[in-house]
Structures are given as C-alpha cells and as structure tokens.
Design a protein around this ligand. Structure first.
Ligand SMILES: Cc1cc2nc3c(=O)[nH]c(=O)nc-3n(C[C@H](O)[C@H](O)[C@H](O)COP(=O)(O)OP(=O)(O)OC[C@H]3O[C@@H](n4cnc5c(N)ncnc54)[C@H](O)[C@@H]3O)c2cc1C
Length: 386
C-alpha cells in the first residue's frame, strides 16, 4: 500500500523542529547578513553551540546517530524531513551530535579518539578526496601513502575544496598505497598537514590541504588498506538525498517570499500576482518543488529500508539541485530590482544554492550515473517502489 501520511509522532517531531527554526534560528537572519556583509562569519562558533545546546534540550541531538551513542536514530526519512525544515533558513545552523558515517567503521580505539568526540562536538572532521587534478574523476587521485621502515605511513599530496578544511582538527584523507589501492587515513592536524582557505562566491569557504611528508601511525588507517574507495563512496552516497532535502526547504521559503510580494506589489494598476506571467512562475516553482519532495523522500525511504539507493539518490540530487536554481532565479525575477539588491537575502540564497549543482557529484555526473544504469540494464524502467 502506498501511504504518504506521517505518524502522529513524526508530525510532532517535524512541527517541533519547524517551530524551533522559526523561533530560535530565523530571528538571527538579519545578524547573519550583517556579519557576512562585513566580511565576518555569519555566526560566531559559540552562538551556534548555544543554539545546538537549546536544540538538545528540546530533544534534537544526533538526528541520525545510533541511540547507543546518545542519538535520536530517527532514520533516513525523518532526517530528510528535518533537513527540509532546517533548509528554510540560511542561518548556518545544524543540529549537533552527529559524525561522518564512515567513522563507525573504525576500531574501538578510533571510535574513542575520533567518532565519539566528533559526536560530542569536541572535535571537528573534514573529508578529503578531491585534488587539483581529480574531482569528478575521483579514481584518479595521486596523493600517495608509503610505509617506511618504522611501520608509519608517509603521506604526500594536495587536496582541494575541502569543506571545514580550515577549521577541522582531523581529516579523513584518501591516498593511494602503491600495489594496494586507495586507502583512508585519519590524520590529526598536529601530524603536520597545512590548510589554506579558498574564497568562493558562497559565504563559507572550503580549503586546500597540503601533505608534505606527513607521518601517520598504522593504527590510523580507517578500514582496510586498499579498501578506501568504497568508504569514500559510502560517505558520499549515504547522505546524498540530504542535499535536495535542504533545497526543498530553501525553495519553499523563497517561493513564499515571491507569493507575498506578488500579493503586495502593484504595477500598471494591478497587483503583479494578477499577471499570468507571474502566476506561471509561481505555479511552475511549486510543481518542481513537489516533484523534488517525493523523489527525495523516496531515495531516503530506500536508504532507510536497506535497499540500493544509488539510482534514486542521483535522480533526487540532480532534480533538487536544478530545481533550487530555477526557483531562486524566478523568485529574484518576481522581486524585480529589489531582488537584485542586498536589502533582501535573495541574492545570498542565489549564491549559496548554485553550489548544489557542483558538489557531491555534479549534475553531469548524476546524469552519467543515471544513463549508465539504464543503458547497462542495472535499472529498468516501469517500476513503482520495489
Ligand atoms: C564549496 C565546495 C565544497 C566542497 N567540499 C568538498 C569536500 O568536503 N571534500 C571533497 O573531497 N571535495 C569537496 N568538493 C569538491 C567537489 O566534490 C568537486 O568540485 C566536484 O566533484 C567536481 O570536481 P571538479 O571541481 O574537479 O570538476 P571537474 O571534475 O574537473 O569537472 C569540470 C566539469 O566537467 C564535467 N565533467 C567531468 N567529468 C565528466 C564526465 N565524465 N562526463 C561529463 N561531464 C564531466 C563536470 O560535471 C564539470 O561540469 C567541494 C567543492 C566545492 C565547490
């Protein structure tokens, strides 16, 4: 049976988060804009920590973290629904209490040193696979790790566009071990890697990382030597549906701004909302948002039920990234000259949402995946659900 309803408990969780975002987070938007426009971070780290503490008190901590680590373990579908809610604001807020999924593959000692402190917010991680010469072509990375006589690994190479790379105190870095293949290493900053921020059109910047003869103990190999590429794909794929989920919240918030403006702004003696040219932009936007919503929740449902979610996630991510771009552009257009100013946050959303078509697999790479699955017969047309 197909059932689109939420349980009472799920609805209550969603509504509590919606009201938390509206009451505690959205009021900070003006401050975020002021700070960013003065060249400062949107919010100071202690303000974000305080918000996370308040959210924890309200029961929202570790949304997708297993209960044995103090999390809510809400599952992929609920995580997507909550990402829609947090996506309604551009305030750089995320619930605390979570860690990169691949850290759960660590040894007990690695969990104690990396996983648990990350969940507790005491340590900050970053994930580094992209290199100046290898982005979409991630199999082509050239960072190398070689074991020396002492049994340590020596890592050399450069990574680029690494989110949190300038703030993190450890990195999950992927390097080629000759004759074995790509391997993931947990490398503390004080082992010697350096970072440099990369300015972008967005309000936060990734960083480039340099590894110059960085020595890493063998105990810091995550998973098995030569099995790192699978871990990298697991990191990327597991949360891919979260990108379109956030985009839905952002697009709905923006569309509401356009609706409000269309009901207020007059031109040539009429409200602009009376003109079909504006109505169609509003209607098309909602149709596209709804399409992303159901594609995203379907991908999340597959993850939650342990089904292969790769194809569904690529469809949802491609659709959501392109949808967000079209919606923010229409919303800007409906606001006319005001849409282009810094008095409104639309131009800020515009710059932020543009990234969605690039990271965690570009539009072109999603299309390539979808087409290859169909052409090779891995996926057949005509199914509904499973
Ligand atoms: C803000 C930001 C944050 C990021 N965070 C991280 C991070 O935390 N960790 C990390 O490891 N990486 C991160 N990335 C890197 C990101 O994943 C890559 O930028 C992305 O995968 C694209 O790689 P590229 O930039 O090298 O582009 P390229 O791979 O060089 O692609 C250039 C163009 O060619 C197209 N193209 C490439 N190959 C094909 C093909 N086979 N068929 C058709 N078209 C193709 C691409 O779609 C694109 O349009 C981040 C990037 C940005 C901008």
């Amino acid at each position: 049976m197909v059932d689109f309803s939420l349980s009472d408990e799920e609805r209550q969780i969603r509504d509590t988060v919606r009201s938390f975002i509206a009451k505690e987070v959205m009021p900070l938007e003006d401050e975020v804009l002021r700070n960013e426009r003065a060249g400062r971070p949107g919010l100071a780290p202690d303000v974000i920590k305080e918000l996370q503490r308040k959210a924890r008190k309200a029961g929202f901590w570790g949304i997708n973290t297993p209960e044995e680590y103090g999390g809510l373990d809400a599952g992929a579908v609920m995580s997507a629904i909550l990402a829609i809610e947090t996506g309604r604001t551009f305030v750089p807020f995320a619930f605390g209490g979570s860690a990169d999924n691949i850290l759960y593959a660590g040894t007990e000692e690695q969990k104690r040193r990396y996983l648990i402190p990350t969940i507790e917010g005491e340590r900050r991680s970053c994930f580094a696979i992209t290199e100046p010469g290898a982005g979409s072509d991630a199999r082509n990375i050239t960072t190398r790790a070689v074991k020396d006589a002492s049994g340590d690994w020596v890592v050399n190479g450069e990574k680029t566009f690494i989110t949190n790379g300038n703030e993190a105190d450890f990195v999950m870095v992927f390097a080629v071990v000759p004759d074995a293949g790509v391997t993931c290493f947990l490398v503390d900053r004080d082992m010697g890697w350096k970072s440099e921020p990369i300015p972008t059109m967005g309000e936060w910047g990734p960083a480039s990382l340099v590894f110059d003869d960085v020595r890493v103990p063998h105990d810091n190999v995550l998973g098995e030597v030569g099995k790192g590429f699978e871990l990298a794909m697991q990191w990327i794929r597991n949360g891919r549906f979260m990108i379109p989920a956030r985009a839905i919240g952002s697009a709905e918030r923006l569309l509401q701004m356009a609706i409000d403006y269309a009901n207020l702004r007059k031109s040539m003696g009429h409200l602009i909302g009376e003109y079909q040219a504006i109505q169609w932009q509003i209607a098309d936007s909602q149709v596209e948002i709804e399409a992303t919503k159901w594609l995203t929740l379907y991908a999340a449902w597959r993850v939650q039920n342990g089904l292969d979610a790769r194809h569904a996630s690529s469809i949802a991510k491609l659709n959501g990234a392109e949808m967000a771009g079209r919606v923010v552009d229409r919303v800007l257009q409906i606001h006319g000259g005001m849409g282009y100013t810094k008095e409104l946050p639309i131009e800020r959303w515009y710059r932020e949402l543009r990234l969605l078509r690039i990271y965690e697999g570009t539009d072109e790479i999603q299309r390539r995946t979808i087409a290859r699955n169909l052409l090779k017969g891995h996926v057949r047309l005509g199914g509904i659900g499973e």
